[in-house]
Design a protein around this ligand. Structure first.
Ligand code: PAF
Length: 281
């Protein structure tokens, strides 16, 4: 596996593969790999001749009061895991090359960026859309794979790719969970034992909602209230949002129809966790 730091080196390799007629899948990450990342790499490997994993802790998507400086990092371990998964190239650019002095061009996706996580993290999706656009321009992959845990991120990227006519196939990969149901996230490492218990309130609330819908309840407000009650019964939890609405526009709705998005963001101690599901009738 090649580890490439320079943008020009990445471009050169991607161009060589293109000239050889080989397909490329990009897996954008911020590193500190867990099973969720590894399953993205595996899926990418089953679809393309070469997998490029980008590893870049993107400062532009962290708010000034967020965890950029504490975000977990372990390049050596990540490189080994990626190599074991058959990844062809780990692309680890420097922040000073991605955002050089004088940088002033941002990609802002309106509408879908503004609700849910966009309310409490106003610049987050501008940072995500900008780095993903840059990665797509540098690597020019045939496809890029994103986890469905960050459902809103996926919709923002789909919108951007469609609006800007970027020739790439965006593939969604299902949420990967711990055996007890907690959605995998690099931020789970922040949780102490008691917070880890409280973190289960998210997946339990999702299961509760799925059960209510399976039993015929179609009322968004009633399901939201039941979820709030459940999560608030745990210590150390503070709800950021419980959202029920359309999975594409991310506009809220009162009536649950087939494939309605349920998305949650909850603070557990100092860690903000997200989870979601598509409710089915
Ligand atoms: O999901 C992530 O890890 C990041 O938001 C991404 C897509 C790699 C952009 O920095």
């Amino acid at each position: 596996m090649k580890i490439i730091n320079s943008i020009s080196g990445m471009r050169k390799l991607a161009l060589k593969w293109k000239q050889e007629g080989l397909s490329v899948a990009l897996v954008p990450t911020m590193g500190f790999f867990h099973e969720g990342h590894l399953s993205l790499m595996k899926a990418a490997g089953s679809k393309a001749d070469h997998v490029v994993v980008s590893l870049f802790v993107n400062p532009a998507q962290f708010g000034s009061n967020e965890d950029l400086n504490h975000y977990p990092r372990d390049l050596e371990h990540d490189a080994k895991l990626a190599e074991d998964k058959g990844v062809s190239c780990l692309f680890c650019p420097d922040a000073k090359d991605i955002y050089p002095p004088g940088f002033q061009t941002w990609v802002r996706v309106e509408g879908v960026s503004q609700r849910l996580c966009g309310t409490s993290r106003p610049e987050h999706f501008r940072g995500v859309a900008t780095i993903v656009a840059k990665l797509l321009i540098i690597v020019q992959p045939d496809m890029a794979i994103f986890g469905q845990k960050d459902f809103q991120q996926l919709q923002v990227i789909r919108r951007m790719v469609s609006d800007l006519n970027i020739p790439v196939n965006i593939i969604a990969h299902p949420i990967v969970r711990e055996p007890d149901g907690l959605a995998m996230s690099s931020r789970n490492t922040y949780l102490d034992a008691q917070e880890r218990e409280s973190a289960l309130s998210l997946v339990q609330a999702i299961r509760l909602a799925e059960k209510m819908v399976a039993l015929g309840n179609r009322s968004g407000p009633e399901v939201i209230q039941a979820i709030r009650n459940h999560i608030q019964s745990f210590g150390n939890t503070k709800i950021d949002y419980v959202f029920i609405g359309d999975p594409e526009s991310l506009k809220p709705c009162r009536e649950i129809v087939d494939e309605t998005l349920l998305a949650l963001a909850v603070w557990v101690g100092k860690t903000r966790l997200i989870d979601n599901t598509l409710l089915k009738q």
